[in-house]
Design a protein around this ligand. Structure first.
Ligand code: PLP
Length: 379
């Protein structure tokens, strides 16, 4: 699904040199390189504060701790996402409230959020799934009306932009009150291990969070709040510095692959190619509203699982993200949920299939992949 080795070959000298420099310096944790990456990412995103941490799941949890959410508070998020999002809500004793998604963008459905808001609702967690932003204009409007926090789960859309109705363009993860991201190797900005970060424009919240990631310490050996140990190491930071300077080019390569896939499938009535949200009218030269963390098709009137098997048998990796809705997972079942509330997620789980998507895909690979998909669909 990804070609990390091919990507590494292009940046090998820079990465190897900077990793050895870190080892020679012995500043392994929170050293100057982590600070440098933090500043570089703040500049890239146009956000006041980036707080690096150990992974994207921690980043979400710490964001919620920083906001002071308390057991019993309800947090609304999407039913169709990776489990990390709902896991940290549950771990903190908060009440996850899962809602349905949009059939075109796969992102959280604003009408469904509206219906789920109660007097206990304290936050909304939109997940910018597969590389494009949820409907942030509407979500921020709702949050203002009901006095809710918005925590963007930006693990899959780093580098994407959101064009709001007012014409303002902002980077994903800088629109809500706070955001989290992951630098897991296969993400659009991935390191060579685990890593994550929290973003916010709020000085007070940033201060709070900087203490939480460091055992609740604001003054050495004074623990004012219950914190965690969640750090980014310097080796990951130098790799991220190298890759951040290429992130726009990496995302362009993904968009270019997506465009070629779209073209190959455009006359296939049983294949629905990804839809970009209304902030963009398609994949165009200078549009960055979708950065294709995944390239996900919807397959109609064909056995999706048999297609996956056919691709695998032809040496083509593919993935089903996500095969089971969160509301049906054993750990997150709740009597509040009715199957009738999740018509879209319940359908998507049998239709979606994600094709290989990374920075190193060439035309020959794309031709081979698309021909094998079409061969099966039209058999
Ligand atoms: C990857 C991912 C996470 C978790 O990130 P880790 O670094 O693996 O902890 C959280 N949310 C979403 C949507 C993700 O895709």
């Amino acid at each position: 699904m990804v070609d990390l080795k091919g990507q590494y070959e292009h940046i090998k000298d820079e990465v190897n040199t900077s990793v050895i420099d870190v080892i020679e310096s012995t500043a392994f944790i929170n050293g100057p390189k982590v600070h440098e990456f933090q500043k570089n990412l703040e500049n890239y995103l146009g956000v006041k504060h980036v707080i690096p941490c150990a992974n994207g799941t921690d980043a979400l949890q710490i964001a919620m701790m920083g906001l002071g959410l308390k057991p019993g508070d309800e947090v609304i998020t999407a039913d169709f996402t990776f489990a990390a999002t709902v896991e940290v809500i549950a771990l903190l004793g908060l009440t996850p409230v899962l809602v349905d998604v949009d059939p075109d963008t796969f992102n959280i459905n604003v009408e469904a959020i509206k219906k789920a808001i109660t007097s206990k609702t304290k936050a909304i967690v939109p997940v910018h799934l597969f590389g494009q932003c949820a409907d942030m204009d509407e979500i921020m409007d709702l949050a203002n009306t009901y006095n809710l926090y918005v925590i963007e789960d930006n693990a899959q859309a780093i580098g994407a932009s959101y064009l709001s109705k007012s014409g303002k363009k902002q980077k994903a993860g800088t629109i809500g009150h706070v955001a989290s991201t992951s630098f897991f190797p296969s993400k659009n900005l991935g390191c060579y291990g685990d890593g994550g970060a929290i973003f916010t424009n709020n000085d007070e919240l940033a201060h709070q969070i900087r203490g939480i990631v460091n055992h609740g310490m604001y003054v050495r050996y004074h623990h004012d709040v219950v914190g965690v140990n969640s750090r980014l190491d310097s080796i990951q930071a130098v790799i991220l510095n190298t890759k951040l300077s290429r992130l726009d080019a990496y995302n362009k390569a993904r968009q270019s692959a997506a465009k070629k896939y779209n073209e190959a499938f455009k006359n296939e009535p049983r294949i629905k190619t990804p839809v970009t949200n209304r902030s963009c009218d398609g994949i165009c030269a200078d549009c960055d509203c979708h950065v294709f963390h995944q390239y996900t098709l919807k397959i109609k009137d064909v056995d999706r699982d048999a297609l996956a098997t056919h691709l695998n048998e032809n040496g083509i990796p593919c993935g089903v993200y996500y095969p089971i809705p969160l509301h049906r997972q054993k750990a997150y079942q709740d009597s509040r949920y009715n199957e009738a509330d999740f018509p879209v997620t319940n359908q998507l789980i049998s239709e979606v299939i994600s094709l290989p998507m990374h920075t190193e895909l060439d035309d020959e690979q794309i031709d081979y992949i698309t021909s094998k998909v079409k061969e099966f669909i039209n058999a």
